[in-house]
Write a protein that binds this ligand. Sequence first.
Ligand code: GLU
Length: 298
Amino acid sequence: MGEQRSGRFAPSPSADLHIGNLRTAVLAWLFARSSGRRFLLRVEDLDDRTFPDVAARQIADLVAIGITWDEPPQFQHEHARRYNTIVDELLAAGMAYECYCSRKEILAASRAPHAPQGAYPGTCRGLTGAQRAEKRAASGRPPALRLRAQQTEHTVTDLLRGYYTGVVDDFVLRRFDGVPAYNLAVVVDDGAAGIDQVVRGEDLLSSAPRQAYLASLLGLPAPVYAHVPLALNADGKRLAKRDGAVGLAEIGVGAALRQIADSLGYRSDTVDGMLAEFDPNRLPREPWVYRPGRQDSA
Ligand code: GLU
């Protein structure tokens, strides 16, 4: 495991994929295949707002548009032991600590003058054993575990953005309810699968520095990233289910592929045809405004 260069698509099965998600999947596949990489699918189903029937439809939709992968899809809910081992090791090495803060307390503390922007303010970082016991008794719930970060920012390489430097804070590794945190699970799974190219929506660009920093602490190489522009609705907001007929079931496979190809400037409307035309240097850098039905009316 992990010797071969691979890219991946890693959807969360909380809702059916919309055309923007499908476009991101196509781009991830094009980036991987055009660079001779394998392609893997990972279902990010740790959260209790994710559903097996949604995962099954996401997989079927990806198959329907022609996306292929080289190993059976992985499911994060099957990797609990892998995540717990790593978090326990970080804790034992003093690289993680217990946090008793509620969301409300964090918001209040991070609004204080001189608090780091958009970062956990470090409230529980220096607690003594006695203070921890006190907090545990008062909060009445188990602690979350946070990374004890040794730096406050980190730089990643993004094929579309160049060098990107962003915040690293003491982010959560394991939630108070025992669920491994997204940032931890992504890094551990990408590392285990030999993922060296991460192509995903631009909304996750600000998470990349935290993830790459954690990878470095775990002795994993940093992947190269490509954060691709999102699909927006006619109001300029991120495309979502409530925007109407935005899923494959409503749009249809042929029309969806044509619209994705159009949005990327390709003449071919199959993923293999798009692969022949793919040039990462000529990708649109602007969000794609999607108007249901419109592209199809000609
Ligand atoms: N599961 C995340 C999502 O659907 C993507 C994770 C990733 O690509 O790193 O937003």
